[in-house]
Design a protein around this ligand. Structure first.
Ligand code: NAD
Length: 242
């Protein structure tokens, strides 16, 4: 895959969902350097929306050429999309949570051939929080570590992918985190990482108030992924310009 045209051609997978709609709205408002060439969802109701051709998952093989797929869907939709990206030599920026170990291993393998990025959370704040949690856990050996996440009632997986990533960061520094999940109203996403010692408590909190932050992070990552070439990239690699 060589970037031989100026605009990054995007395929948006999971286009009818909360996140897919957010990505498409931002693109319709105008994202410099990005053009959506196809939107894929389980069963689209129209063939073209805002000038973007719509495809059903069973029509995946027929989508036009694209440089990077942005994916916010479900684990059961993931394998055909990864296979398509490999077949087309295109990149993949996926935010789908609840992927299996086998699907994560398939992403690792795909990174030898195409640029791939999976992030449980595309916000800059959570990228920084992950780093802070690891440092706090290292400095607070022996303290209790609890991670409480709150999301809207439609969210399918629990604990959230972000909570698991934060837990892994604490675990790398020797903590054994416990998880609690709340499902309430239309909460976009909140994560509290709490370290409790004898007579004191440290709380690190991130609150997302708009899905736009995740969509903007995914769009930035997609554009940078195209420039990086094959590899399994982390969000923090891509937030730094090459
Ligand atoms: P949603 O339920 O609103 O949308 C899911 C989308 O997936 C829909 O477009 C649906 O048509 C599509 N889909 C479902 N089954 C499919 C199949 N078999 N094949 C193809 N497409 C299929 O969900 P959402 O709130 O938009 O979240 C989607 C995913 O993104 C979830 O895993 C969620 O946890 C994750 N998420 C990640 C971030 C992040 O920053 N990484 C942020 C928010 C949500």
């Amino acid at each position: 895959m060589g970037p031989n045209h100026d605009s990054t051609r995007l395929l948006v997978h999971g286009a009818s969902g909360r996140m897919g709609r957010t990505v498409l709205r931002l693109c319709a408002e105008g994202v410099p350097g990005c053009t959506v060439v196809a939107a894929v969802s389980r069963s689209p109701s129209q063939r073209v929306v805002d000038g973007v051709p719509q495809f059903a998952v069973r029509e995946l093989a027929g989508v036009p050429d694209f440089d990077v797929a942005i994916d916010f869907s479900l684990p059961e939709a993931f394998d055909p999309l990864l296979a398509l990206c490999r077949a087309r030599g295109a990149g993949l920026a996926s935010g789908t949570t609840g992927l299996s170990d086998a699907q994560q291993a398939a992403l690792d393998a795909a990174g030898t051939a195409i640029p791939v990025l999976w992030a449980a959370n595309f916000s800059l704040g959570v990228a920084v929080l992950e780093d802070l949690v690891e440092r706090a856990a290292a400095a607070l050996a022996g303290w209790d570590c609890d991670i409480v996440e709150t999301h809207h009632v439609q969210k399918k997986d629990a604990p959230s992918g972000t909570a698991l990533v934060l837990g892994a960061a604490a675990g790398r520094a020797g903590a054994s985190p416990r998880f609690a999940s709340l499902r309430a109203g239309d909460v976009v996403g909140e994560h509290l990482v709490q370290f409790t010692g004898a007579g004191e408590r440290l709380e690190l909190v991130h609150r997302a108030t708009s899905r736009d932050v995740f969509a903007r992070g995914a769009l930035l990552a997609a554009a940078r992924l195209r420039a990086r070439g094959p590899g399994r990239w982390r969000l923090r690699d891509l937030f730094q310009p090459a």
